[in-house]
Design a protein around this ligand. Structure first.
Ligand code: ADE
Length: 260
């Protein structure tokens, strides 16, 4: 997977890209990240990339010319791959979106700074806008790293383990089940006996039920989109009856509907 990153701060990327999974993915030719300093395409001697907004108001706006020129030179116009604008106005990044993007051979992202972009960049250059959540950062560099990491770890072979990202939270629409490692007892807190039983069928069922329970308790909204078997629905029904959470009613309706 090739990423072309357009940014005013290319220097913030290498430390993270040279660490752990991303470093290994690069070494194994699964990932290449090309960093492009938008300032290199500025046209004046001060290398200006922003200007005051028409109509007045505070803050500065990213000028269109350097960004169009940079994109044109690196991936062409129209762009030869999807071109993503990182902005709080975009669709929120989800695991499903990361999975879709991980199937592509080439992606480009533009990181914003200042108060925003000249609207013509939105309207006439990028193919989509992505946000990493409903909060505002000073720039798109951290969102770009988050996108690169979320996508790269889904590329087959990027995680050492062949099961890869399969068990992760969200990968099957549920939060991940609780994990334990040695010692079996720590400060009086014991690892659940079933995990030490060696009964893999029972362990799988326990893990699935724990994932369902966690999702019910922490993110019940996710259950509405999750793939749920009859056994899952039975377990959830029982768990809802035993708990008195605010989400109970909609969840009971969901279980009823799915069982029909
Ligand atoms: N740039 C600033 N804030 C952002 C956010 N939440 N997501 C993506 N890009 C951003």
């Amino acid at each position: 997977m090739l990423f072309d990153v357009f940014t005013l701060f290319p220097e913030v990327f290498p430390a993270y890209l040279e660490t752990s999974i991303l470093k290994r993915a690069k070494e194994n030719d699964l990932l290449e990240v090309r960093l492009h300093d938008i300032r290199d395409w500025a046209t004046d001697k001060h290398r200006t990339t922003d200007d005051t907004p028409y109509g007045g108001g505070g803050g500065m706006v990213m000028k269109p010319e350097p960004i169009f020129k940079a994109v044109e030179e690196v991936i062409g116009i129209p762009p030869s791959c999807p071109l993503i604008l990182l902005t709080p106005q975009g669709q929120t990044l989800t695991q499903q979106k990361a999975e879709e993007l991980s199937e592509l051979p080439h992606l480009a992202v533009i990181c914003g700074r200042y108060e925003g972009f000249d609207e013509r960049i939105r309207q006439h250059l990028v193919s989509e806008e992505i946000s990493i959540g409903d909060y505002v950062l000073s720039g798109g560099e951290l969102p770009a790293l988050i996108l690169i990491e979320a996508v790269t770890r889904l590329i087959p072979g990027a995680l050492g383990d062949p099961e890869g990202a399969f068990d992760d939270s969200f990968s099957c629409g549920l939060l991940e089940y609780p994990q334990y490692t040695r010692p079996p007892a720590f400060r009086g807190w014991e690892v659940p006996e079933i995990l030490q039983s060696g009964d893999h069928g029972a362990i799988d069922r326990w893990r699935r039920n724990q994932a369902l329970l966690r999702t019910l308790q922490k993110r019940p909204d996710l259950l509405f989109k999750a793939d749920l078997s009859d056994a899952d629905l039975d377990y959830l029904e029982q768990a809802v009856q035993e708990s008195e959470t605010a989400a109970s009613d909609p969840i009971i309706n969901l279980i009823k509907k799915r069982k029909e």
